[in-house]
Design a protein around this ligand. Sequence first.
Ligand code: SAM
Length: 240
Amino acid sequence: MKQELVEDLRSDAVLPRVLALPRYLQEVYWWAYVHPNAIRVFERQWLVNAILWGNFSKLRDVALHALSPVQGRVLQIACVYGDLTGRLADRIVGTSSLDVVDIVPGQLGNLQRKLAGRAGISLFQRNSVALGFADNTYDRTLLFFLLHEQPEAVRRQTLAEALRVTAPGGRIVIADYHCPSRWHPLYYLLRPVLALLEPYALDLWRNDIASWLPQDIKVRIESRRTFFGGLYQLVVLVRE
Ligand SMILES: C[S@@+](CC[C@H](N)C(=O)[O-])C[C@H]1O[C@@H](n2cnc3c(N)ncnc32)[C@H](O)[C@@H]1O
């Protein structure tokens, strides 16, 4: 199968041809994802690893392990700098497929270059709050460090969409920030930095991801683990 940036032909939804960028991306994260120089600056494995205090590979690998076996239809909601998607593609079993969505066309173009024509992967310009895929489409869904970037209402809708498109029995894997212990050496340093640069991230310090799950879709929390003194978490949900 060729790798392509496609309109979703399977969707019943009528999608606008040009998707507007959400306000938080334009106002808070323009420098990281939207600015023409963003990819040139941030698309470096060592830099994304440094931003996660040396934990990128660890978190990538535990997320991939939680998705394994990577089979059936797999969805990654939002691109990630570094080699996460390539490693995910490496784990795809047999005739399984991987779809990746992102709202910023430049991010999809960057991913397309990184994947260099690998088979079985399709990229879609989509907003995580309105994915436009049919209910119960996917067997595995990955949200890697997206939720902390979104205002609460958007985050709730992203989770609702992730659950809606994941089939019963399917797994949703979430890696993101979490509140570290007060004794963590970074606790007092990171708080003001996040407040300044990633203002919605502190929501994940204060609240459990479960508090943003939709009420009308049955889901079970299969596991939760924290890493690096509690600064990061991996949550695995199973759609019921
Ligand atoms: C997954 S998050 C953060 C990942 C991580 N910090 C990294 O190193 O790349 C970044 C991606 O989310 C995308 N994104 C943010 N809001 C989105 C939305 N509402 N719908 C789809 N993609 C979104 C951005 O365009 C960006 O490519």
